[in-house]
Design a protein around this ligand. Structure first.
Ligand code: ATP
Length: 299
């Protein structure tokens, strides 16, 4: 029996991994795409951003018929501030992020941005206000310029270049054989992990959206690359409402607010100082375990 069970278990696991990969691919495609794919509510209005304040109100959500993976999640990501999501693997951090551009809708509760329930506005108008930087930047066949412009197809060459400068990408782009016209992707030049990340940040910057969703990379870069990527991220985060799945202690410490999640629920929230002082709290315990400066906070 065991022999029969093991492969089945492995298969089930693979299935989940494949589904998750598909969701990620969809996320990259759809956030950056301005065409509507899915039906909106009849009479859905256009989303209007003011200060981009995001509020989760008692949000419960599960994938398909599976049990909920988020239960009664409530928090506010203030406009123009950085909110960090931390918690163990499987706590629901990525799921929180996928609900903001409405890849899925909550089963219960609502997500309100600038006073508008996002279920009542068109997905296209909502997503135009959102940029996403993933852990594993996706580059498609095309030139470097195309890959950055994908963030906003109507961006001018000047705007593409400005975004690349802010993202610390301009210099390495000019060093490529054809500069901005160098092909990347499967048949193009090979870029380092840090360079790919900076291109993906430039893509988010050219979009100039008030909301930035960020899944911080866990894979280590060399120190120089790390500093260049961090500077680029700082430029992208400035003045925006950021929700970041944080893996680095420095991101968490510098966040305006930290949301600690566990098993689909928000168990604590506050600043690093306030949470670190709550003796016996999950954050305080994790913080003590992970006190290495700038070390990964893979909790
Ligand atoms: P990690 O840090 O490992 O990425 P996380 O905190 O981001 O974890 P989620 O990825 O949101 O957690 O996962 C929460 C739960 O939802 C997990 O049990 C996960 O297996 C499940 N899950 C995530 N995506 C899907 C999906 N597309 N279909 C079914 N279940 C999913």
């Amino acid at each position: 029996l065991l022999l029969a069970y093991e492969p089945a278990k492995r298969l089930a696991k693979l299935q989940v991994q494949m589904e998750r990969a598909a969701v990620n691919a969809q996320m990259i495609y759809e956030i950056l795409d301005t065409q509507p794919h899915q039906r909106d509510k009849q009479g859905a209005g256009s989303f209007e951003a003011s200060n981009a304040r995001i509020e989760f109100r008692n949000v419960t959500f599960g994938y398909g018929d599976n049990p909920p993976v988020l239960r009664n999640v409530s928090f506010v990501a203030e406009g123009g501030k950085t909110t960090a999501l931390v918690g163990p693997s499987g706590a629901g951090k990525s799921t929180v992020i996928t609900l903001v551009p409405r890849f899925y809708d909550p089963m219960e509760g609502e997500i309100v941005i600038d006073g508008q329930n996002i279920a009542d506005v068109t997905k296209t108008s909502l997503r135009q206000h959102i940029a996403y930087v993933s852990q594993q930047p996706y580059l498609f066949e095309g030139t470097i310029r195309d890959n950055i412009r994908y963030g906003r197809p109507e961006a001018t060459d000047g705007e593409v270049e400005e975004a690349a400068r802010l993202a610390n990408a301009h210099d390495f782009i000019l060093a490529q054989p054809l500069g901005y016209d160098t092909p990347v992707g499967e048949n193009g030049v090979t870029l380092s992990g840090g360079q790919r990340q900076r291109l993906s940040i430039a893509r988010a910057l050219v979009r100039n959206a008030p909301i930035l969703l960020l899944d911080e990379a866990t894979s280590a870069l060399d120190t120089e690359s790390e500093a260049l990527v961090q500077q680029a991220l700082d430029a992208a985060m400035a003045g925006r409402t950021v929700i970041v799945i944080a893996h680095r202690l420095s991101t968490v410490v510098n966040a305006d607010k930290i949301i600690v999640m566990q098993a689909g629920q928000v168990v604590e929230q506050g600043t690093h100082e306030s949470l670190a002082q709550q003796s016996g709290g999950l954050y305080a315990r994790l913080n003590n375990l992970q006190a290495a400066p700038n070390g990964p906070i893979s909790i």
